[in-house]
Design a protein around this ligand. Structure first.
Ligand code: ZN
Length: 263
């Protein structure tokens, strides 16, 4: 508004009303160009895959290589049960596109209530998985099995109670993990539910959800969208094709891809 008055005043001083309109036009052009709207390349999507190595992991890795797209795999050490999975795990470790992260050794044996009631047991389980991953120096990037909680930069975020709040007491197990160097990442959006193999929501639906979130929806960290997926969902040619479509769609939007170390 200040600029409008400025240009208008100059035009009046010059006693040339036509200049006033030119001034307004300039303000308009300047205003459009000067809007501090974030560009797509300032927004980052974090593709994260949980529960591997298992069926689907190898196929995802091949696709990431083909698309030269980085991602983070939250590994469950207890899933390395045979030579084939050891080989898949080795390939993940070798890939320069992949960041590995800790998703516990046992996945809580799917007994979440008992697992989270035992902070010492939790620490032991995640520490055992650190050994599998070869993690020796904190911070240890981690995701809790069966829980969306976040704890990083000394913040605790329970995203089940959006809008983000700080009134919820931090569970004892999370304090213990954080104090021992584990940095805990939840997610902003999930593609597919772990229990349901079919259907994975259509890729168009997922692209729409990602775009609308990035356009101003709720995110733990603005302009940094963490997407959760599960390896096993992508073990069929159809779902793998959907993942490829998702990656290409996001690339066309000009978005950046990050790993959790970039978060
Ligand atoms: Zn999991």
């Amino acid at each position: 508004m200040g600029l409008v008055i400025f240009f208008w005043s100059i035009a009046r001083i010059m006693q040339n009303w036509r200049m006033g309109w030119i001034g307004l036009l300039m303000v308009g052009l300047f205003g459009v160009a000067g809007v501090p709207e974030l560009r797509a390349d300032q927004k980052t999507v974090y593709l994260t895959f949980d529960d591997g190595p298992r069926e689907g992991t190898r196929e995802i890795l091949d696709l990431l290589q083909q698309e030269q797209t980085p991602a983070t795999f939250f590994i469950v050490g207890g899933h390395i049960i045979n030579a084939e999975r050891r080989e898949t795990f080795r390939k993940l470790q070798e890939s320069s596109l992949v960041q590995l992260a800790n998703h516990s050794f046992t996945h809580a044996n799917e007994q979440y209530r008992a697992f989270y009631a035992n902070p010492d047991g939790m620490l032991k389980d995640f520490s055992k998985n650190n050994e599998i991953l070869g993690f020796t120096q904190p911070p240890y990037p981690t995701r809790l099995p069966g829980r969306i909680d976040w704890r990083f930069e000394a913040r605790y975020i329970d995203t089940r109670s959006y809008p983000l709040q700080s009134q919820v007491p931090v569970p004892e197990g999370l304090i213990k993990l954080f104090d021992n160097g584990f940095v805990i990442y939840g997610w902003d959006l999930e593609w597919g539910r772990p229990g349901k193999k079919v259907p994975l929501e259509p890729v168009e639906t997922m692209l729409k959800r990602i775009r609308s979130r990035l356009a101003g929806g709720a995110m733990v960290k603005p302009d940094h969208l963490v997407v959760l997926m599960h390896d096993f969902h992508f073990s069929t040619p159809q779902t793998l094709e959907s993942l490829k479509t998702l990656i290409r769609g996001l690339k066309e939007d000009g978005l950046k891809f990050g790993r959790m170390r970039d978060y």
